[in-house]
Every structure is written in C-alpha cells, then in structure tokens.
Design a protein around this ligand. Structure first.
Ligand code: ATP
Length: 240
C-alpha cells in the first residue's frame, strides 16, 4: 500500500558550461514524504533543485512529476502544477509589503476568493506575518523573511515544496522555529524536499534522505538510518 511517487529523477545530469555539477542521479519522492538532501558546499544540491523546478536545463536524464516527464518545461509551468521552490536566500520582494509578497506567490492563480482564503491560512500558520502584514519585507528579520518565503510558496498551493537551506544564516533559536515550521507544513500534507547544511536536524525530521557528494548521490536511507550511519556521522555530523 505504498504512496504514489510524485517526483522521479532518472539519470539527471546538469552542467554549467564545461563543468558537470550533477553527474547522473536517481531519486524519488512519494506523496506525503519529507525527503532531506544533505551534502557539503558545492555538492550540487541547489543545482538539482533548480533542474527539478525547470530553472536549469538538464544535459541528460529525465524528471517525472505526477507520472509525466517535465523535461524542458519552465518554472512558471511547474509552479502552476504545484512544484514550488523556496530559494536559498529567500528572495522576498524587499520593497513590497508582506501581504503583497504573499499575493505574488499566487501569481499563477486567478481564483480571487481562494487566494484571499489562503492569505488567511498563511496568517494562521505564521501569526508573526499577520502582525506585520503592511510592513515592507526588506525590513523584516532573517527568520521572518524565511517565514514569508515559505508563506509565499504556500500561496501557490504546492503539492511538492522544495526548500533550499531554510535555516541558513539564522540564529539558533530561529533555526528551531524554522524546523518547527517545516514540520507544520509537512503535517498539512505537503510533500517536502529539504536541502540543508544542517544535516542532523534535516535527517531527524525526514522520512528519508539522500547524501550528495561531488554531483552524485552516495547514500540513501531513512532519516534514522542515515543519522546512525558512521560515514554520515563522520562527514556531516562532526563525529570523529
Ligand atoms: P551549497 O550548499 O554551497 O549551496 P550545493 O550543494 O547547493 O552547495 P551547487 O550550488 O549546486 O551546490 O553547486 C554545484 C557546483 O556547481 C559547484 O561546484 C558550483 O561552483 C557550481 N556552480 C553553481 N552554480 C554555477 C553557475 N551559475 N555557474 C558555474 N558553476 C556553478
């Protein structure tokens, strides 16, 4: 009684000019899963996410979403179908208010009533955003901007949410908050792919995980299997 595979990556290769950043990877994500992708700087995690969401073209391999190849389709198309990325560095519109940023997240929709309802839902998940709904996004703290970036992504009604390093640059207490928020969004039933430098936290909340090294996936397992693996502990969790 396994859940359907929503996302399947097959033999994916991505290059920047002559540099191969992703060298042939296979991964799959089932409905309702939280899958973490960990690995050191430059391993190719962000490149993988960008290829999945259509921001970068693949040089080889295929990506299937909801059972169909999405090769060659652009980000707008994918957002409309519910495959939504929250980029590293958040990318909020600094000179727009919080509410305006949320409405930008609904740019592929035109059901005004549903959009208004979803703004309220996002305010329900992030009360902090409601308190500051007229504040300019650029004046918010890093943690608040991360919440806004996630709220904006939720406005697209994602089936699969790709989060690129949501804890980056945040103070320890805000890191706790952001991981709680990721759990909350997962509890809503959204399938999540989480890219993180913070390997222990990312694996602790994951159903499954992959380890990426130099453009290849080198390990795969449940979150707890990977957390217990001596190679993962030595390379990513600071164990001797
Ligand atoms: P980090 O955790 O540091 O963000 P990452 O695992 O997400 O790392 P990528 O950002 O995917 O890694 O980078 C993979 C490789 O591709 C790196 O060697 C990087 O220098 C290279 N790369 C990334 N973006 C570009 C680009 N626009 N042009 C050329 N090379 C790039």
């Amino acid at each position: 009684n396994e859940k359907a595979v929503l996302l399947r990556v097959k033999g994916l290769k991505v290059a920047y000019g002559g540099i191969q950043a992703v060298k042939g990877i296979d991964m799959q994500v089932r409905e309702g899963e939280l899958v973490s992708l960990i690995g050191s700087n430059g391993a190719g995690k962000t490149t993988t996410m960008k290829a999945i969401t259509g921001m970068l073209g693949a040089s080889d391999g295929d990506i299937e979403y909801l059972g169909r190849s999405i090769k060659g389709r652009g980000p707008w198309d994918m957002v409309k179908e519910g495959l939504v990325m929250v980029p590293e560095g958040r990318g909020v519109f600094a000179r727009m208010s919080i509410t305006e940023n949320l409405l930008m997240g609904a740019y592929t929709r035109n059901d005004q009533a549903g959009i208004a309802e979803d703004v309220e839902k996002v305010f329900g998940i992030f009360p902090r955003l409601r308190e500051r709904k007229n504040q300019l996004a650029g004046t918010m703290s890093g943690g608040e901007q991360q919440m806004l970036a996630m709220g904006r992504a939720l406005m697209a009604r994602p089936k699969v949410l790709l989060l690129d390093e949501p804890s980056m640059g945040l103070s320890p207490i805000l890191v706790d908050t952001i991981f709680e928020v990721v759990r909350d969004v997962y509890a809503l039933g959204v399938t999540i792919v989480l890219v993180e430098q913070n390997a222990s936290r990312a694996l602790a909340i994951a159903d499954r995980g992959y380890v990426m090294e130099s453009g290849l996936l080198t390990m795969e397992g449940t979150g707890s299997e990977l957390l217990a693996d001596p190679r993962v502990r030595a390379a990513y969790l600071g164990d001797e």
